[in-house]
Design a protein around this ligand. Structure first.
Ligand SMILES: Nc1ncnc2c1ncn2[C@@H]1O[C@H](COP(=O)(O)OP(=O)(O)OP(=O)(O)O)[C@@H](O)[C@H]1O
Length: 654
């Protein structure tokens, strides 16, 4: 069948919304809006997937930027249009509400009516809770409960005892040493990939129970009790394990479950032949977007549904699997699709990025197949570069300069880090220019009068006053001195100082002035205003008069002051790689940690690891359309060769 014939099938079946144009004369020739046609623009590979049989389990291996969501949206609409069954439907599953809403919007473009209620588009978690665990779980886990509402109350594993004393009823009944904290049922969860129980102790810190039991403090305590009671057989590991199970079972039977437990409950339900068949009948077609994020147990549940008759379609990119902490690993999916005989289809056109960026991403993941980058090169061959920094903050200044050079708006760009600590460190910095001339920019930003610019102004002035006071304070408290406990008063003082500056004809005068002109004329007035408020709020003993200085920063004397307008003020967003999965930006700065101690955040490991750490580098490097910059610490010659072999060029900004 020719591409045109396939397009005709789509146009004859789909009912496009007004804003999703399709050629009027698909049957014969192109219409005058052909370029904007949502059907004609699709590649043959995309159309092939949309037309692929729903009865066959299929894995659509789609590279970054290949338009997965659009294709899934069109496929869903296409199948809904052809759907004839009244009591069964299609389940389209993803992982976040935001992603589910995006799919719904795409479906509406190609099916602009109410979606029949037999179909379900939403998160996998809601599907598992709503259709399986909450519906059938009570029969397996709350046998003795004599109340009518048998749904589970879902309790987060991080819920603490402090304001939830009811959790005391679910304390692990085992002698935990006084120096260690008590364990509650919500902290305990079962990991299906290794068949082991874990105890959760906060942010990605879980300990397997046998490791927990073996800890010296725990063992010392057990031995003490054994000696005291002269009973060597007490508190053996098997007893500990039984107590873990007992604690968990009581929690479930009273109608509580953690998010992790809900999967375990659902899987138990699906092991019941009657329930799984009922569900497979209700959802004969299940499509999962971002399938690389499926955890071991989620895959097992989908496998059970497949065995019971559902046809499964997985859409995703295994190179973007970065959720091993939730037990999602590419090898689990690969195993299932090969064991269960899935048909694999491929999308290899990247509509997001230009070729140089695509080449870097391919080199990282050793992808040998030709992936075509469709975006234009707007950076004169400099689309994929690296920069050697002295310190990480300076890398952001370099990037902002690069954005200026290529006229990319900061709001269309982002700086990415692997972990929150580097993100926070970069966030404490404002742009170099702003920090260097803190007062000049604080006054201008204050006048712009947006929430963001005012916050930035308060931070700049807070930082400057901290320097004069030689105090220490946190950024989230606007650098309020640690020794002064009224942050609110401190903020009001900063506000008054800024208003004082704005009201002063000498301080608030920047037009046609060089930096030297301004510092020369305004310095005394600035210090006078600040000192007046410091004395009022912090007391006369904190006066900065006489000690504080304000000099023109070297090298800037003859430069004209940069006057910022509201339009120009936009702060560069800094975030972690995890937060931008699925997103697109014009430009991305990927900041490496300064050394290999932060293993997964260090650039050399992004290249060498060839496992999840490389995938972090890959996900970040596939977000930009036009400009990708890696910021790395100073390199040796050997390291320079290594970074350049993946296609990044050295970039020096003058
Ligand atoms: N055939 C096509 N022609 C032109 N543009 C397309 C085509 N298919 C998709 N696109 C566009 O390509 C861009 C990238 O698509 P999308 O963000 O859905 O990619 P993705 O596959 O989800 O990427 P990732 O997995 O990297 O997040 C979107 O703007 C989308 O509209």
């Amino acid at each position: 069948m020719s591409k045109r014939e396939k397009e005709n099938i789509l146009s004859a079946t789909l009912c496009l919304a007004d804003d999703a144009h399709t050629c009027t004369f698909l049957n014969d020739s192109k219409c005058n809006k052909h370029d904007k046609c949502r059907i004609c623009e699709k590649t043959e590979k995309q159309i092939d997937y949309i037309l692929s049989p729903v009865s066959k389990c299929t894995y659509l291996s789609a590279c970054a930027g290949s338009g997965k969501t659009e294709v899934l949206g069109m496929k869903t609409a296409f199948e809904i249009c052809r759907w004839s069954q009244k009591s069964s439907g299609i389940a389209v599953l993803t992982f976040t509400n935001e992603a589910a809403n995006t799919i719904k919007e795409r479906v509406r473009l190609f099916y602009p009516r109410d979606i029949p209620t037999v179909h379900y588009i939403g998160t996998l978690a809601s599907f598992i809770h709503g259709y399986i665990a909450q519906k059938f779980g009570y029969a397996f886990f709350q046998r003795n409960r004599e109340i009518s509402d048998k749904s589970f109350s879902v309790i987060d594993k991080s819920t603490k005892i402090y304001d939830n004393t009811w959790l005391n009823n679910y304390t692990l009944n085992f002698p935990i040493p006084p120096r260690m904290s008590s364990i509650y049922a919500n902290q305990i969860s079962f990991q299906h990939s290794d068949n082991k129980w874990y105890i959760y102790f906060g942010e990605s810190n879980s300990i397997e129970i046998s490791e927990y039991y073996k800890q010296p403090t725990m063992q010392e305590n057990i031995n003490k009790i054994r000696k005291r009671k002269k009973k060597d057989y007490l508190f053996k590991y098997n007893f500990f394990k039984d107590k873990i199970l007992e604690c968990k079972k009581k929690f479930w039977s009273d109608g509580f479950a953690s998010f992790e437990d809900m999967n375990l409950i659902a899987k138990s339900c699906l092991k019941d032949g009657g329930i799984v068949k009922l569900l497979a009948k209700k959802f004969p077609l299940i499509m999962v977007d971002e399938c690389q994020d499926l955890s071991f147990i989620e895959l097992e549940m989908l496998g059970l549904l497949k065995n019971a008759g559902s046809s499964i379609h997985y859409i995703g990119d295994l190179n973007q699997a970065i959720y091993s902490f939730k037990d999602a690993k590419p090898q689990y999916l690969i195993k299932q699709i090969s064991e269960k005989g899935f048909e694999t289809m491929y999308l290899r056109d990247n509509f997001r990025s230009c070729q140089k960026i695509v080449n870097v991403a391919c080199a990282l993941q050793s992808i040998n197949r030709d992936i075509i980058g469709h975006a234009q090169d707007l950076c004169c061959g400099n689309a994929a570069v690296y920069y050697e920094y002295e310190n990480e903050e300076e890398a952001v200044d370099f990037f902002i300069e690069l954005l200026r050079r290529y006229q990319i708006a900061p709001q269309d760009a982002i700086a990415l880090t692997r972990n929150s600590s580097l993100k926070n460190k970069l966030n404490t910095g404002t742009t170099l220019d702003h920090k260097q001339h803190a007062i000049i920019y604080a006054v201008q930003l204050w006048k712009i009068d947006t929430q963001e610019s005012k916050k930035e102004a308060l931070l700049l002035i807070g930082l400057q006053i901290q320097k004069w006071l030689k105090s220490r304070g946190r950024k989230d408290n606007y650098f309020c001195p640690d020794t002064f406990d009224d942050v609110f008063k401190w903020r009001l003082m900063l506000r008054d100082v800024l208003n004082g500056f704005v009201a002063s004809d000498v301080v608030n005068a920047f037009n046609d002035k060089t930096y030297a002109d301004w510092y020369h004329s305004a310095k005394e007035e600035v210090i006078k205003i600040v000192d007046q408020y410091i004395q009022q709020v912090l007391g006369p003993d904190k006066s900065i008069y006489g000690s504080a200085t304000l000099r023109t920063p070297s090298g800037t004397s003859s430069i004209s002051i940069q006057v910022i307008s509201g339009d120009e003020f936009t702060k560069l967003r800094i975030d972690t790689i995890h937060s931008v999965k699925g997103c697109s930006y014009d430009a991305v700065l990927l900041v490496s940690s300064p050394d290999g101690r932060g293993k997964t955040g260090y650039w050399e490991n992004w290249i060498d690891d060839k496992d999840e750490t490389t995938r972090f580098g890959y996900v970040a490097s596939t977000r930009p359309k036009y400009l990708l910059a890696w910021a790395v610490p100073k390199l040796t010659n050997e390291q320079r060769i290594k970074i350049e072999t993946i296609g990044l060029q050295n970039c020096i900004v003058k």
